[in-house]
Ligand binder design. Structure first.
Ligand code: ZN
Length: 436
């Protein structure tokens, strides 16, 4: 059963319009046979080669009855090579035994909750993946200070008796845990920049951090050009919880996330966020709008170059392939958001920050945007915004806490979002569309 689902999954990445030079592939296969494998034509009952692919038969009788044991179509050659290079021998035998003459068929994998790939294939063995669950707040109180908290009034919600409260920091954390579990089941090593509700990237809550902060904390921040002289003096004089959070702590926390990720040296980094309709302020009512998008590095402004770290990042982005590899990964992520979650892809006109602060890329729904974490995280990365929390349908789905992970109560919708990221990562590593 799982293997059949796996075929469905793989098949979605073999585009039917591939321009494959079939003649040369047929010629190579026939030459292999006539020159090296079956010089006197005694095996011909077991195979056939045609302009669609290569078929293997269990016996002469099977071939007579046209009962194919395993056919690899030319368009499936990259998939087959990838499987040879990655999956266990047992899995390979299973795939061979079950394939028949059907193409990898994707139609059944549309079920959003389906486990698309059997875990045993270990497709991500040896890969290091970092996940950053966006924001910090685990409760409404800090959620309000962080401005990452929604309370949708009941009069805006049809058929709902109580207001809906959503804390983005908990949505991202549950998503990260679901995703970590799935990636690890495929053999990946996964880092989370924070593990518990209400925890910052420093491993403690904001209030614990604030308690431990002393004058030197703010003097150092000033020396590092993270706050102004006026801010330093203000913080030392009066420890305003909300002021220090908004002016300094949330940025220090972001730098800590980037530091953790960069020191882990991952193959991929994912920054997980949930969006809102920016025009729906103060987010007490719902919106019919819903879009998905991702962000990648670039479009840096020189106002950032006062800081040493940003000049380093400028050099890195100029000299490496990080932007292009991030666009490739992010294109997979937005495609999965659209397919798995059924959320439309954003275009430039759909939000002001896309229109004014972002650049389009060749990837649908993928934008270059100079956010702290797109700028600071090294290597291949994606900053994902899967859906709008304040959308009239999404808010209800997100508030139905019918499942849980590592002690966090959450919704099936969050699990689907994790599945969408997972689907995208697997596709990133399955070179289905290349014919090399
Ligand atoms: Zn966010």
């Amino acid at each position: 059963m799982l293997l059949i689902a796996f075929f469905h999954f793989l098949a979605s990445f073999v585009s039917p319009g591939n321009n494959i030079n079939t003649d040369s592939l047929v010629a190579v296969a026939r030459k292999n046979v006539s020159t090296y494998i079956d010089l006197n034509n005694s095996l011909s009952a077991y195979y056939s080669i045609d302009n669609k692919g290569v078929s293997i038969y269990e016996s002469a009788n099977s071939k007579l009855n046209n009962k194919v044991e395993c056919k690899i179509f030319w368009s499936e050659l990259p998939t087959f090579k990838y499987l040879l290079a990655t999956v266990s021998y047992d899995s390979l035998l299973n795939i061979f035994k079950n394939k028949g003459d059907k193409k990898f068929d994707f139609s059944a994998a549309k079920n959003k909750n389906e486990n698309l790939v059997p875990d045993t294939l270990q497709l991500l063995k040896g890969k290091k993946i970092a996940i950053d669950p966006g924001h910090i707040s685990g409760d409404m109180e800090l959620g309000k200070i962080e401005y990452k908290y929604l309370r949708l009034k009941k009069d805006s919600l049809k058929g709902i008796q109580t207001p809906i409260e959503l804390i983005e920091g908990n949505l991202t954390l549950a998503t990260a845990h679901f995703l970590k579990e799935k990636l690890e089941s495929q053999g990946a090593t996964v880092l989370l920049t924070r593990e518990k509700s209400g925890q910052s990237a420093f491993g403690i809550s904001y209030d614990e951090w604030l308690k431990s902060a002393n004058n030197k904390t703010f003097e150092d921040a000033y020396a590092n050009k993270e706050i102004t002289l006026e801010e330093k003096n203000r913080f030392i004089k009066k420890r305003n919880r909300s002021d220090i959070f908004q002016t300094y702590f949330k940025f220090a926390d972001m730098r800590e996330r980037a530091l953790k990720i960069n020191n882990f040296h991952p193959d991929l980094a994912l920054v997980v966020h949930y969006n809102v309709n920016e025009k729906n302020i103060p987010w007490t009512g719902v919106t019919p709008k819903n879009f998905c998008m991702t962000f990648v590095p670039g479009n840096i402004k020189n106002e950032y170059f006062e800081k040493l770290e940003n000049r380093l990042e400028l050099l890195r982005l100029i000299i490496t392939n990080d932007i292009e590899s991030s666009i490739a990964l992010s294109s997979n992520v937005t495609a999965s958001f659209e397919k798995v979650l059924q959320v439309p892809l954003a275009t430039k006109k759909d939000a002001e920050y896309l229109e004014k602060e972002s650049l389009e890329t060749k990837g649908d729904g993928v934008f270059i945007r100079n956010l702290a974490l797109t700028r600071l995280i090294h290597g291949t990365m994606v900053y994902g915004e899967s859906l709008y929390q304040d959308n009239e349908k999404e808010c209800k789905l997100l508030s139905e806490l019918t499942t849980s992970i590592n002690g966090i109560s959450t919704s099936v919708r969050v699990k689907q979002v994790a599945n969408a990221y997972y689907d995208a990562i697997l596709r990133y590593y399955l070179p289905m569309t290349s014919n090399k």
